[in-house]
Write a protein that binds this ligand. Structure first.
Ligand SMILES: Cc1cc2nc3c(=O)[nH]c(=O)nc-3n(C[C@H](O)[C@H](O)[C@H](O)COP(=O)(O)O)c2cc1C
Length: 371
């Protein structure tokens, strides 16, 4: 693909952190994350996000977090079995490392076959989705419905481990409902079946994405297992990442919704964990410049379909300055790449020429910026 790449982060640390990195946490996380035989030099991971974490988005995240593990969007193993060709969501850049391809399904043999295709595409690890709450997936036996079918989940892990020579990992939730929290037993069974790492999203399937993630369950999983445990759920800031690592004892954290329209987050957390210093947040202009690059790259990679997909991303970027609400409305209906670029360019010019619109410089404008 031809999307322009991406210079190193211009952000340099300026102010001392409001939070401290405790020596014990720093020591605990100073070694590489070991996923079986594969080593990752960062304890912060970019989650799989369907409709979001395509190759273009991952490139943006990787600019700020070059050592972090990233995940493709989830790929349907049954689809791969019948189509026998690689969908775009499974495409990996040859230079992209470390990278995991995530698969979903309930058929061990299809998943084993799909895992071999994933490795041929360049996956450093293969992740099995056992957490997706969406009806379309669960009614076919995939995603979080596997929490209710642990024997099938075990058979899946065994089959995939046998089929590939890269580490196999699992991403799941704490249970189906509050009354069916079975993550302790489930995670142990995944480890015994050969999973080399487990990511636990601290919500039940019934919660969807609502309510707080119950990190206390992740702490209990960590105490029970020998393989690395990654904590996921509600990591929207460096502070939250540190708190979560302290409270759970997890081997790493995975950022998810906090990265939508903010591909800086994984890098910010990684930088803090490595140095104890906070990077200054990007300015509204820097965020809109990033949005422009994201839009342009999606168009180059996917054509007009990329522009339609870019609408949601653009609205996520347009936050935190006076006039952002109006801009979001305009970006949400763009038909062409040029329309989007023009809108963003105009907003950038306004912010450059009228910096009063930036609430970081003028807190009294924060009401306008919150629109
Ligand atoms: C739009 C969207 C798409 C998602 N797609 C996937 C996916 O493909 N695979 C997966 O394992 N989880 C997926 N998730 C779940 C996230 O990876 C993550 O577990 C969840 O958002 C909890 O973390 P958070 O509270 O920090 O957002 C998705 C979540 C959202 C909001």
């Amino acid at each position: 693909m031809t999307c322009s790449l991406i210079t190193p982060s211009p952000h340099l640390p300026t102010s001392p952190a409001m939070i401290a990195l405790s020596p014990s946490l720093q020591a605990r996380l100073s070694n590489p994350l070991k996923i079986g035989s594969f080593e990752v030099k960062s304890r912060v991971l970019q989650s799989p996000l369907s409709g979001v974490t395509d190759l273009v988005f991952r490139r943006l995240v990787r600019r700020y977090a070059p050592e972090s593990m990233m995940y493709t969007e989830m790929v349907n193993a049954t689809g791969l079995h019948y189509v026998k060709e690689l969908p775009k969501i499974m495409e990996v850049d040859p230079n992209e490392k470390p990278i995991s391809i995530q698969l979903f399904d309930c058929r061990p043999n299809f998943l084993a076959e799909a895992a071999q295709m994933a490795v041929a595409e360049g996956a450093d690890t293969v992740d099995i989705n056992m957490g997706c709450p969406v009806n379309k997936i669960t009614k076919n036996g995939g995603g979080s419905s596997l929490l209710r079918e642990p024997a099938t989940a075990e058979a899946i892990v065994r089959a995939v481990v046998k089929a590939v020579d890269v580490p196999v990992t699992v991403k799941t939730r704490i249970g189906w409902t509050d009354k069916e929290i079975n993550i302790l037993d489930f995670a142990k069974r995944m480890e015994d079946a050969g999973a080399q790492m487990i990511t636990v999203h601290g919500r039940t399937r019934a919660q969807g994405y609502n309510g707080a993630a119950k990190w206390e369950w992740i702490a209990r999983v960590k105490q029970n297992l020998s393989i690395p445990v990654i904590a996921n759920g509600d990591i929207f800031s460096v502070e939250a990442a540190v708190k979560c690592l302290e409270e759970t004892g997890a081997d790493g954290v995975m950022c998810s919704r906090g990265t939508m329209g903010y591909p800086f987050l994984v890098g910010e957390v990684d930088y803090f964990l490595k140095t104890g210093q906070m990077l200054p947040p990007p300015t509204p202009v820097e965020r809109l410049e990033c949005a422009k690059e994201h839009l342009q790259s999606l168009w180059e990679y996917k054509g007009d379909r990329g522009v339609r997909q870019a609408r949601k991303h653009m609205t996520w970027y347009a936050k935190g300055f006076a006039g952002a609400g109006e801009l979001r409305g305009q970006l949400s209906v763009i038909e062409t790449v040029q329309q989007g670029l023009d809108l963003l360019e105009r907003a950038i010019n306004q912010l450059v020429h009228y910096p009063l619109l930036d609430p970081a410089l003028h807190p009294e404008l924060s009401n306008l910026a919150a629109q």
